[in-house]
Design a protein around this ligand. Structure first.
Ligand SMILES: Cc1cc2nc3c(=O)[nH]c(=O)nc-3n(C[C@H](O)[C@H](O)[C@H](O)COP(=O)(O)O)c2cc1C
Length: 311
């Protein structure tokens, strides 16, 4: 059993945070499907939460799930992060907090947040220490291997020393973005260097790959693989998926997008989720085009449903 602080996960698998994607719709769907040990939100600006920005509060409006949910915070200012963490503890039902130290987006890095923290170890340490002081909730930190050279042994050790309960490593440098393959060959050395659990991340697309990696790390984070195959977590837990499951998934996806988003946002959201779903289905060019060229949510949704109902 994987324990993150006081929280015991039913499965050693985590839905990785993805901006614009691990919203309420996807977290609800993953909870309904089952098999996933922990769901992580999109990255949420600590400054926005601290100032109680309306849009930020909308993004974190929580809801009950069987699967525990963590919020992911990002920021560069230890005080703002600590205040945001205190708000999460006192006013939301999130079971824990993850801190983003891997985001490569230039605007985020320039502000010193995301992967920018990998270049500034003293600040990285004060961020973790400040959050640790302000909350008793389970606390994880998500890093990359380094900014443009590997310093993951140093960063993860500092994170452990400052009181985090687990660390998640995306096995790429910031400078690699999402290119090439994740460097899983470094996992064993990181694991050996830590006493807190290590969650590994990068390029997990199949249950077999996940199970192989779970021999080295304590848990796995899965992002794009869970969008390409929404049943991946369940498959890792030993269940078999049928085409009917996929039909039910796209129907529920359309319904939840309709429920949670205003008309003007629905089509964009449907395309964002479906992009990864379609990538995993080679050879269906004509219907991919039909969905991506569609200008209307209702039409794209019906087409998607028909496609998966009659594979
Ligand atoms: C569209 C997209 C958005 C992402 N947003 C975040 C984010 O908000 N916070 C974060 O820590 N990582 C974010 N990531 C990185 C993922 O959490 C993960 O580290 C990366 O995709 C590699 O894992 P995967 O191969 O399983 O997708 C994002 C990735 C993608 C593709």
């Amino acid at each position: 059993m994987l324990k993150i602080g006081t929280l015991t996960l039913q499965q050693p698998t985590v839905l990785a945070p993805m901006a614009g994607l691990t919203d309420r719709v996807l977290r609800r769907l993953m909870d309904e499907i089952g098999g996933c040990g922990l769901l992580v939100s999109e990255m949420i600006a600590a400054e926005g939460l601290r100032r109680r920005n309306r849009r930020t509060l909308e993004m974190i409006a929580d809801f009950k799930t069987r699967t525990p949910q963590f919020i992911q915070l990002f920021g560069a200012n230890p005080e703002a992060l600590a205040e945001a963490a205190a708000i999460v503890s006192a006013e939301t039902a999130f079971a824990g907090i993850d801190v983003n130290m891997g985001c490569p987006v230039p605007k985020v890095v320039r502000s010193g947040a995301g992967a920018g923290l990998l270049l500034d170890l003293p600040r990285l340490a004060s961020v973790v220490a400040a959050i640790r002081k302000s909350t008793c909730l389970p606390l994880t930190v998500k890093v990359r291997l380094g900014f443009n050279k590997v310093n993951v042994l140093e960063t993860t050790k500092v994170i452990e020393e400052q009181g985090a309960d687990a660390v998640a490593v995306h096995f790429r440098l910031k400078s690699e973005g999402y290119t090439g393959s994740a460097h899983w060959d470094l996992a064993a050395a990181v694991k050996e260097n830590l006493r807190i659990p290590l969650l590994g991340n990068g390029d997990i697309m199949t249950a077999a790959f996940a199970l192989e990696k779970l021999r080295t790390v304590d848990g796995v984070l899965i992002g794009r693989g869970a969008l390409a195959n929404p049943f991946l977590f369940r498959e890792i837990a030993g269940q078999v998926t049928s085409e009917n499951d996929m039909g039910a998934y796209v129907r529920r996806l359309g319904a939840l997008i309709g429920e949670h988003y205003p008309e003007r946002k629905r089509l964009g959201k449907l395309k964002a989720f479906t992009r990864f779903l379609l990538l995993s289905r080679p050879g269906c060019r004509s219907w991919k085009r039909r969905i991506f060229l569609s200008q209307d949510f209702g039409e794209a949704r019906t087409f998607l449903e028909e496609t998966f109902a009659c594979p």
